[in-house]
Design a protein around this ligand. Structure first.
Ligand code: BES
Ligand code: MN
Ligand code: ZN
Length: 537
């Protein structure tokens, strides 16, 4: 089914000339006076805004929303409280925008305009503000309804968002970036939310192949959520006479290896995990060369367990619930490379995604098994539920050897222990290279995806020494779970600058708040896009 399109545009206009279902205006609690422009608007509407403020019907408290039905060229004026200006930040701003968007949608508003200048202050510049308005509303408005059969006609949708400004600047590159990234986040959410009986390794691999196929322009309209982007593409390829036949050749290359090929490549750890399922494994490799073939690529390796039962060390209820989200790393990586290719970022990228199920079967791998990884290291299995690091071991070693990348980033729902370290608020990461770690931190601040670095001290290596093999994949005591996971993975990256991002907790949201919606979050998509757009080779 084709998805509803939300268009985002920026319009230079006087506030009083806006025609829309709603006009959204932001106010700081300690700065409720009206600007010249707002005074004009106020006058046109019989001083309704100033009266509202004077009578304390609206105080500008953080999260406060006051809708005034005015029923003229603007139907509703929506006053939004931003709290104290001193405490204002991109974070507050982004979640306020997302919450207001949801509220307008739930009140059956089909489109709204939002006044740019009232939401920015000296801390935020207008280009960043435009980008974040677009990204925050598009993310906040996401809903997963694919498997609902009843009441589909009652589902409410916003069709258009107009950002009103008095500036003459062009904001096209900001709205396009925001739409492409929001699309990547929301498509990641869709696929991660897709149930495990549907989203098998084969299904996800076919999905990856689709990403690398030429895109019909009508598909662009359907998925990119912004018309302007499709129009820009048409102009780029204006040689085509008939726009109906128009298709954009993908600059992505996709290779899929099946079980036989994976076995032949001697990925013993990956095969070990996969062998307990009738849904056979796939290894997906996606390549994008945006910086010419000579430049070494950046490798993104994503854990793609389409369902994690725990294997013979089965997960008891309720811990087995939501384990379809165990493919979140692979799915995020696939959409990051797609978004980079759409935006034509000047970087070379390779995504390596091992996809399989961790199941119980007569053929399942066991605790006590010794598996031989792609890089020939032998691994003693202690707990079949620590499967993620095994499929990643082979994928990391493969990426390191085949592509000699300048950096490796792995994204994985690796541990439940990530919950103990940072809770739902942020994502722990670890790195063997401080420069690369700093890039992640910078991207975190700009993307609003919170991360925190944990150490990779040598002391931790002691606890994964094995009596029978080169290494074991977990420690005996379970202490420092996130760090032990990374300590194991470090053996497979050949000392290439590497960062491991553990989204075990942040892949999934229990709440519908701000840019988050219940279910898959699309974690790391914004973060990595922010890092890659700034990447200096
Ligand atoms: N996919 C899980 C991690 C996970 C668990 C993510 C719960 C989100 C919620 C991973 O494969 C796993 O089971 N890890 C084990 C490792 C342990 C056996 C060392 C864990 O964290 O319990
Ligand atoms: Mn597991
Ligand atoms: Zn897992």
């Amino acid at each position: 089914m084709e998805k509803a399109t939300i268009s985002v545009k920026v319009l230079k206009s006087e506030l009083s000339k806006v025609k829309d279902n709603a006009l959204v205006i932001g106010f700081f609690k300690d700065k409720l006076g009206l600007s010249v422009e707002l005074k004009k608007l106020d006058k046109d509407f019989n001083n309704i805004v100033s009266l509202c403020i004077k009578n304390s019907d609206f105080k500008g408290e953080k999260g406060e929303v006051k809708t005034i039905f005015v029923n003229k060229n603007i139907k509703n004026i929506v006053l939004v409280g931003l709290g104290e200006e001193e405490k204002y930040s991109f974070d507050v701003f982004s979640s306020t925008i997302a919450d207001v968007s949801k509220r307008l949608r739930d009140n059956s508003t089909e489109s709204f305009s939002i006044h740019l200048e009232s939401f920015k202050n000296s801390k935020l510049n207008d280009k960043e503000t435009v980008e974040k308005i677009a990204l925050s509303s598009l993310m906040g408005l996401y809903k997963f309804t694919e498997y609902k059969t009843k009441g589909k006609d009652k589902i409410k949708n916003i069709k258009g968002i107009t950002i009103i400004t008095d500036s003459n600047k062009k904001f096209d590159s900001q709205t396009i970036y925001a739409s492409v990234v929001a699309d990547a986040v929301n498509k990641t959410r869709d696929l991660v939310n897709t149930p495990p009986n549907v989203a098998t390794p084969e299904y996800v691999a076919n999905y990856a192949k689709e990403l690398a196929k030429p895109t019909k322009i009508k598909d662009f309209r359907g998925t990119s959520k912004i018309k302007d982007f499709a129009v820009q593409k048409i102009q780029e390829f204006s040689r085509t006479k008939n726009p109906k036949d128009f298709s954009v050749k993908s600059n992505l290359k996709c290779t899929v290896f099946d079980e036989k090929q994976i076995a032949k490549m001697k990925m013993g750890c990956f095969i070990g995990v996969a062998q307990g399922s009738i849904n056979k494994p796939r290894l997906v490799v996606l390549e994008y060369y945006g910086a010419g073939k000579i430049q070494k690529p950046i490798a993104i390796v994503g854990k793609g367990i389409t369902f994690d039962s725990g294997g013979l060390n089965v997960k008891p209820y309720p811990f087995i619930l939501n384990m379809k989200d165990d493919k979140g790393g692979a799915v995020a990586a696939m959409h990051v490379i797609e978004a980079c290719s759409k935006l034509k970022l000047p970087v070379n990228l390779v995504v390596v995604a091992p996809l399989c199920e961790n199941m119980i079967d007569a053929a399942s791998y066991r605790p006590d098994d010794v598996l031989t990884a792609y890089n020939k290291m032998t691994v003693e299995i202690r707990n079949t539920d620590a499967e993620g690091r095994l499929v990643l071991a082979d994928a990391l070693a493969y990426a390191a050897e085949q592509y000699k990348p300048q950096a490796i980033i792995d994204i994985a729902t690796l541990t439940g222990a990530s919950m103990i370290v940072l809770g739902y608020a942020g994502t722990p990461f670890l790195s063997n290279d401080s420069k690369l770690g700093d890039k992640i931190k910078d991207a975190s601040a700009k993307s609003l995806e919170k991360v925190w670095e944990l150490p990779l001290w040598q002391e931790y290596e002691e606890s994964i020494k094995s009596d029978v093999a080169d290494v074991k994949h977990i420690s005996d005591d379970g202490d420092a779970g996130v760090i032990i996971g990374a300590t194991f993975l470090k053996n497979f990256v050949n000392d290439i600058p590497w960062v491991h991002i553990d989204i075990g907790t942040t892949v999934w949201s229990k709440v519908d708040k701000g840019v988050l919606t219940k279910g898959a979050t699309g974690a790391t998509v914004r973060l990595l896009m922010e890092m890659l757009r700034e990447w200096k080779n």
